[in-house]
Design a protein around this ligand. Structure first.
Ligand SMILES: Cc1cc2nc3c(=O)[nH]c(=O)nc-3n(C[C@H](O)[C@H](O)[C@H](O)COP(=O)(O)OP(=O)(O)OC[C@H]3O[C@@H](n4cnc5c(N)ncnc54)[C@H](O)[C@@H]3O)c2cc1C
Length: 426
């Protein structure tokens, strides 16, 4: 099969757009836009015949530019974006779909999958990282709703991986960050959910550390239906500094919000019933800044951690997000999927906002401040990692998980074709 009809080469009018993702622009030899698993297999054969490296792209939201590369072949899956109902609320979503359109299609049938918070994030990248969404405590990670995948392997075979069929591959795809093949379709168990109670409760910034520990305490007692994210915003542009709690209640008993109103001094509240698909929004990262990002999964938002966050935040120029975990997320065993950090009660993500011309010293100083928080966690989440040093890679998977992932890598990708990611060497 020739690939020219799906090829965008440097002379093509679409090349400039095709070589750009949110991670920046690269100069691939060619961007291929396959429309079927067979064309994905042909794309891989082409790269192999030409001796070119490969990057796989879905939503293009890797901040590290993992879905882009210079001088190689980008396999852009954006035309594999179908959403198909399979019966019994099971759905098949193409490996190049993005969550906004997918959620809108599901909503037409009264269905939803807990995914991310941003419409343009890809189903392919988010799902293989794990997938942390607004209903994580009720329905777990996105991978916890996954029933099967269709994968084009490094050998060019099209295989179906399920708990019964190629179970090793199915396990690895759920948290192994795209190391094992091109996933051309994901089959999920969707949930019968149309609306949620969603919005924000804003607090005074008088006692940041106390606010965080009281938030964590309230979330430990909260029902699974309630997932929340506390955001400590720096003053930025027109936005004043503030502590904003995003709440998503996948149920109708709004009384469960009451304990959250008691964790601090409420200065504003805006929570209402909304269609689930409409709470996914487009994110517009602030321009003209260099974000230095870190994340860590923590087993307890205790006083030492809360103090470290409050101190780092008080230095200014830093945003901190704390996502509540637990609930269904924590009831999956650490060895059931390749996402193993199931004992975490929260994910802390933080970015220091530096100017683009920041010096090495300023970057190092921002990283050192982050370490006072990051060193208190048990590991990191691939989805929000802003760097991929050996230490970052070591933080993604506990040793036993990593050894098992390596074994699967040796079976399915011994030549390390799929290395433009947080790479697990065979
Ligand atoms: C604005 C923003 C908001 C975000 N919000 C959330 C959130 O709410 N929850 C959350 O969990 N994460 C979130 N993330 C993180 C996000 O899940 C990761 O960045 C993810 O990798 C992006 O997936 P993508 O398909 O868009 O990216 P891409 O850049 O296309 O791909 C990322 C990686 O996955 C691989 N890959 C993608 N698709 C496939 C496929 N089908 N087969 C094989 N490999 C594939 C790529 O090769 C690459 O290595 C967010 C990121 C951003 C930038």
């Amino acid at each position: 099969m020739t690939i020219e009809h799906i090829a965008i080469r440097p002379s093509h009018p679409d090349y400039d757009a095709a070589r750009t993702t949110i991670g920046g622009s690269s100069e691939p030899a060619v961007v291929l836009r396959p429309t079927s698993a067979d064309e994905v297999a042909a794309s891989l054969r082409y790269a192999q015949a030409e001796g070119l490296p490969v990057a796989v792209r879905c939503g293009g939201h890797s901040p590290l530019g993992h879905s882009n590369l210079d001088g190689g072949v980008v396999i852009d899956l954006s035309r594999l974006d179908g959403v198909e109902l399979l019966g019994d609320d099971r759905v098949r979503i193409g490996g190049g779909a993005t969550w906004g359109p997918a959620a809108a299609s599901l909503a037409e049938h009264g269905l939803a999958i807990t995914s991310g918070d941003t419409t343009s994030v890809g189903v392919g990248g988010l799902t293989q990282a794990g997938g942390m969404g607004w209903m994580i405590r009720k329905h777990g990670l996105t991978i916890d709703s996954l029933l099967a995948t269709e994968v084009v392997t490094a050998a060019g075979e099209i295989v179906r991986a399920t708990p019964m069929q190629h179970a090793d591959l199915f396990w690895a795809v759920r948290g192994g960050a795209g190391n094992f093949g091109v996933v051309t379709a994901f089959e999920f168990q969707a949930q019968r959910i149309s609306t949620v109670h969603f919005g924000t409760i804003s607090f005074a910034l008088d006692d940041v550390a106390g606010l965080l520990t009281r938030w964590a305490e309230a979330m430990r007692a909260a029902p699974d239906e309630l997932s929340t994210t506390m955001v400590l915003m720096p003053g930025f542009g027109d936005f004043p500094p503030g502590a904003v709690l995003y709440v998503c209640l996948a149920g109708d008993d709004t009384e469960v919000l009451q304990p959250l109103r008691a964790i601090g001094t409420v200065v504003a509240e805006e929570v209402g019933k909304r269609p689930y698909a409409e709470i996914l929004e487009e994110a517009h990262p602030p321009e003209g800044i260099l974000p230095v990002i870190g994340n860590t999964l923590v087993e307890s938002v205790d006083t030492p951690l809360a103090d470290a966050i409050a101190t780092a935040y008080a230095r200014g120029g830093r945003v901190v997000f704390l996502r509540s975990l637990g609930g269904a997320f924590g009831r999956v065993g650490p060895d059931q999927t390749a996402f193993a950090h199931r004992s975490a009660e929260a994910l802390v993500v933080s970015a220091a906002f530096l100017t683009p011309d920041a010096t090495e010293d300023e970057i190092a100083s921002a990283r050192a401040v982050w370490r006072t928080i990051g060193d208190q966690g048990i590991g990191a989440y691939a989805g929000f990692l802003g760097s991929d040093s050996p230490d970052d890679l070591a933080s993604l998977w506990p040793e036993a998980t990593l050894n098992r992932l390596r074994q699967v890598k040796r079976t399915w990708d011994p030549g390390n074709v799929f290395r433009r990611t947080f790479n697990i060497a065979p």
